[in-house]
Design a protein around this ligand. Structure first.
Ligand code: GAF
Length: 413
């Protein structure tokens, strides 16, 4: 946070009015279900994007990024689909969407600094949108952070920014996670009704798990866990592996999956694939016109059922059950939805080989990150095995880090 304030002062010549931040996310389970009106179960990451902001009296937006050392200036009247391009679209798009929703929003000077790795499938773009959206809400007196209804409305604006200005046809999970998640809880979000439940995910408190330290890019992990009598860490942790196989959500593949789901729903005469009851799945599959649509539909219907089962397993403290659901989700995403890749599969296999209860890709796929539910004492082995597997294949060294469920977007200073 000091860095974003210092940089803001250097770039814009005065202190920011405040600093806001929003988290990246990992989705525990429920992948590609958000745009099928389904269920998702993300947690907010400890890694956040900071936005130091000062309001302007005119309608100019000036944004500096610490990561790219670049200043982008745009008049709010010039923001629209495809304008500006690149990372600044996620910032400008949010102000554009708030204005489109009827809010009085003026220009801003913004400095952004992100600890959420870009291209890692951990929602760096939603973190950026939501940090700026939170700032705009406070600075222009919109009051959207005051309650969950306001936060959901802000999330919807951030989704518009991403879909319409940045041109990525994503669903709404990531922005909802960044704005609605609670510490030590996973967010069960019904993407049709908007209903939420906060499901305890404090692996440290129930004696079954503890996630703490993070790793640097050196591949070492410092999941501390609780200490058992013999000094070895006990409990379980959630390990994220950023495969560094870069993924993108606006290269056509993501949009293609979304269109297939819409086509399948149309052929079945339902509003969304969420409406297919798992017990009627075989019958629904038999009515679809081709095998690709059948496999996409099977993934969505079974994945939504896995979210429900995962929530039950978490509430019952059945981590072995959670692990089995992670494994089944990964297989479905790899074989039926076809959004995994060799690096994600290898990271999942390596974690399992090191004793994970279960592991799966998380996020949109085609690269990005995987998650593994591991006994705390197995973290170092999992990191070593993953790093070795990647080195053997000549891939870039993965980045592994243990995470806990963090807090939603808000004002920091
Ligand atoms: C990406 C998208 F942005 C989300 O909306 C969601 O569809 C996810 O991929 C897959 O579950 O993160």
């Amino acid at each position: 946070m000091t860095r974003v304030v210092d940089t803001h002062r250097q770039v814009f010549g005065s202190d920011p009015e405040g600093v806001w931040s929003a988290p990246g996310r990992v989705n525990l389970i429920g992948e590609h279900t958000d745009y099928n009106d389904g269920l998702v179960l993300p947690i907010a990451l400890p890694q956040r994007t900071d936005a130091a902001c000062s309001p302007r009296a005119d309608d100019l937006l000036r944004v500096w990024s610490v990561q790219t050392d670049e200043l982008v200036e745009v008049a709010l009247a010039d923001v629209g689909p495809g304008r500006p391009e690149g990372w600044a679209a996620y910032v400008a798009g949010v102000l554009w969407a708030l204005r489109a929703a009827g809010h009085e929003v003026r220009g801003l000077d913004v400095t952004v600094d992100s600890a959420v790795p870009v291209g890692a499938g951990l929602s760096s773009s939603a973190a950026l949108e939501c940090a700026v959206g939170a700032a705009a809400s406070d600075l222009f007196g919109l009051g959207l952070l005051a309650d969950d209804a306001g936060r959901a409305a802000l999330a919807a604006g951030c989704v518009r920014a991403e879909n319409e200005v940045a041109g990525a046809p994503t669903g709404g999970m990531d922005q909802s996670a960044a704005l609605l998640c609670r510490v030590d809880h996973a967010l069960l979000l019904d993407c049709r009704s908007g209903a939420t439940e906060h499901v305890p995910f404090d692996l440290a408190s129930d004696g079954t798990a503890s996630g703490h330290g993070t790793t640097a890019g050196d591949g070492s992990a410092s999941g501390s866990g609780t200490e058992s009598g013999d000094g070895a860490p006990s409990g379980h942790v959630l390990l994220v592996t950023d495969t560094r196989a870069e993924h993108s959500l606006n290269d056509g593949q993501y949009g293609e999956r979304r269109s297939s789901c819409e086509q399948a729903a149309a052929e079945l005469g339902v509003a969304a694939l969420r409406d297919v009851d798992p017990k009627d799945l075989d019958d629904a599959l038999a009515r679809l016109s081709d095998d690709v649509l059948r496999r996409r539909t099977r993934h969505i219907v079974t994945e939504i059922a896995r979210v429900r089962a995962c929530v039950e397993a978490l509430r019952a403290g059945d981590l072995a059950g959670v692990g089995r659901l992670f494994d089944a989700s990964h297989a479905s995403l790899r074989d039926d939805y076809e959004v995994s890749c060799a690096e994600l599969d290898a990271s999942v296999e390596a974690a399992r080989g090191a004793g994970a209860l279960g592991a799966r890709m998380t996020g949109g796929g085609f690269g990005g990150s995987s998650i593994a539910l591991l006994p705390a004492g197995a973290v170092d082995d999992a990191v070593r095995a993953t790093t070795a597997a990647f080195a053997e294949r000549g891939w870039r060294e993965p980045r592994c880090f243990v995470v806990t469920a963090g807090v939603a977007a808000g004002r920091d200073a």
